[in-house]
Ligand binder design. Sequence first.
Ligand code: LR7
Ligand code: MN
Length: 454
Amino acid sequence: RCNLLVYCTDLPPTSIIITFHNEARSTLLRTIRSVLNRTPMHLIQEIILVDDFSSDPDDCKLLIKLPKVKCVRNNERQGLVRSRIQGAGIAQGTTLTFLDSHCEVNRDWLQPLLHRVKEDYTRVVCPVIDIINLDTFNYIESASELRGGNPTYGLHVSWESIRVTEKATGLGIFSPVMTPIIAGGLFVIDKAWFDYLGKYDSEMDIWGGENFEMSFRVWMCGGSLEIIPCSRVGHVFRKKHPYIFPDGNTNTYIKNTKRTAEVWMDEYKQYYYAARPFALERPFGNIENRLSLRKNLQCESFQWYLKNVYPELSIPKDSLIQKGNIRQRQKCLETQKRKNQEIPNLKLSPCIKIKGEEAKSQVWAFTYTQQILQEELCLSVITFFPGAPVVLVLCKNGDDRQQWTKTGSRIEHMASHLCLDTDMFGEGTENGREFVVNPCESSLMSQHWDMVSS
Ligand code: LR7
Ligand code: MN
């Protein structure tokens, strides 16, 4: 039961950290007011507002008139990760309580969370997240029997029923629920444990991905994640981001999630790339620090995580993802930009290396969904007949005209069972070759391809 008497009487006060960028004043105020109204004062060490360079510096400054409230402001937009690290850095409590800037905490929300962390400092605990309606701002109770998941490996949180997984500990619906992934915004963590575990990856920008990074890290490095049904906090779910991403929404999300996959997912990162093939080509900065953190903390493998924490997550069908050149003898399949055309030409050209790396235009990804792609363009055959041209089109999942298999040295087109070939007499390209599909014939050198991984 959610009975206050069961919680430790000597819970230590916590530092509540709220970062925000251009949050509506009324919403920010609602968050803080609800905290002050519904939390025993002796449990609040302080409320640290981190103003992530909002347009109006007064939003933060005016709020320090409220009890316990402190305000720090970034001189430059940092994103939520570096802002939270900043807030944690000045916190004086022994635990950190993170909240988004558009929440309403419910009655007695904090005691159950602090209690679980006091019992075991390695627990990272979250409330059940209720819904504040975007249009009416009504508070709506959400289902309690949910936990966070990652069914497609795309590193995007989705919710799954715990009934299915039977992970509830048997004490009924009020008992803590283990969760493989946390939503990311609302949780309590012991401060020393937060520091010891490497805080956050400070190279992550603006928004996204840090929740997976933290989830994998906590589990793999000796902690656990729980949802506590006796604690409830409402959150305004928005349809789109109410703020700008200086480097673009997708670029930022891919950078952050790619860092997560590269540091924590070991060989399973192939499934992340399979779900987000564009990520293969994207820059993601340096991860040395995070890799050595993982090593120093002697964290478990991702395989351990899957086996022990998230056995319900099924592995996509095998076939490795590969990245590299597609070669015919000394030549490489490449794309060539055309004037005033979105879609580049396909060509067979001498293989090039620039500073020891394959030229970008000659690097192809082979996904487990059996597409061969560069950026967001996939090799495809539109109509099937011997000699039909191979073209580049926008990738679309599940379209068998874009699917290929490598059988020996041939690359077979799945839908037509024809093989990738070059046509000596093709017109329209200067060197007289164009890419076609023809009946498979293993003796033909023009159907002989090597996939050379980079
Ligand atoms: O540049 C920024 N600087 C910031 O300080 C961008 C955002 N922020 C602040 C922002 O004002 C807000 O207070 O960071 C907080 C989170 O940003 P949101 O509210 O835009 O994020 P979200 O609610 O859409 O997304 C969820 O996933 C995020 C991934 O990066 C974060 O982990 C959010 O905290 C997280 N929110 C929750 O977990 C709330 C419950 C959602 C559910 C289920
Ligand atoms: Mn939010």
